[in-house]
Design a protein around this ligand. Structure first.
Ligand code: ZN
Length: 301
């Protein structure tokens, strides 16, 4: 698990990218402030895959990332990660989660495993059987076609039961190369599998992470998910990637201030007061959130 303590020691040594992310925006402390700092600004980014799109964008600093973890954890708590699945299970699970909610796709995956417990059985099941099992998650035909393509792949059927466990011994680059070569498997899926299942230092960017990242000034307003991934992976300390990702996703579902379109996905965890207000502000006034943001804007409805 992530050990924020380790990261804390690294924090002050954080990269000193010249904080020159477009003039007035970036507070010197490297902190993204609550002002929609860079929001509204368009950064011109390197579009080259695998490169840092915003080399001059100084936020978030390691200490701000750690502070975000601490504040969010105080509100949402840090949950134990779910038991590790195999890489193949994890990959299929994320394919089933595309275009649906986590809850629904969890049901779809559970039904699939119950009806066809092994991947060999999935592969040899009569036409339509697997599709029926995952029907509740939508796009059953498309998703199962992708799953079967993976199961039939030579790299997955090395011997006996289909498996990708051999990837544990490979470098991050090799893992990414193999996983993204499967149809329907994008960078976010790969990052999720690597972080949750393989314990690699990855920071997947989903809609919540992107939205809050822009809001906090960690990203330019026009950042794409891919650009956000390349930037945040470089800036968020490895030791807190998992926790920060999980907490931001949870927070994005529970905070009116931070939820996309202000709509809560989880009413049961509704947050009264956003703990990210003032994040990164100078210590002296870090608690006075009303200096630059209308209080009403930070209040949950
Ligand atoms: Zn919030």
């Amino acid at each position: 698990m992530a050990k924020p303590a380790t990261a804390t020691t690294r924090a002050p040594a954080g990269r000193k990218t010249p904080a020159k992310a477009k003039k007035e925006t970036k507070p010197k402390s490297g902190t993204a402030s609550k002002k929609k700092a860079p929001a509204g600004k368009k950064a011109t980014a390197s579009k080259k895959k695998g490169e840092e799109p915003y080399p001059n964008w100084a936020a978030p600093t390691p200490s701000v990332a750690l502070e975000a973890v601490a504040r969010l954890a105080a509100v949402h708590g840090i949950k134990d990660p779910p038991p590790r699945k195999t890489i193949l299970d994890s990959l299929v699970r994320t394919i089933l989660s595309q275009n649906t909610t986590d809850k629904t796709s969890a049901v779809a995956f559970a039904r699939l495993k119950e009806g066809l417990p092994t991947w060999t059985e999935v592969l040899h099941a009569a036409e339509g059987v697997a599709e029926e099992l995952v029907r509740c998650g939508g796009l059953a035909e498309v998703k199962m076609e992708r799953v079967r393509l993976i199961l039939r792949d030579k790299r997955v059927r090395t011997s006996g039961e289909p498996s990708l466990e051999w990837l544990h011994g490979k470098s991050d680059e090799e893992v990414k190369r193999v996983l993204t070569s499967f149809k329907g498997v994008g960078p976010k899926t790969v990052a999720c599998v690597m972080m949750f299942t393989m314990g690699r230092a990855e920071f997947p960017v989903d809609t919540h992470v992107l939205h809050i990242g822009i809001k906090l000034g960690w990203l330019p307003a026009n950042a794409s998910r891919e650009q956000a991934y390349e930037h945040l992976n470089r800036r968020v300390p490895d030791a807190c990637k998992l926790d920060l990702h999980v907490l931001l996703v949870e927070h994005g579902k529970c905070c009116t201030r931070c939820a996309k379109n202000g709509k809560l996905q989880k009413k049961e965890c509704a947050v009264d007061r956003c703990p990210l207000v003032g994040l990164g502000a100078p210590a002296s006034d870090s608690d006075s959130s009303d200096d630059d943001v209308p209080l009403s804007e930070w209040k949950s409805a």
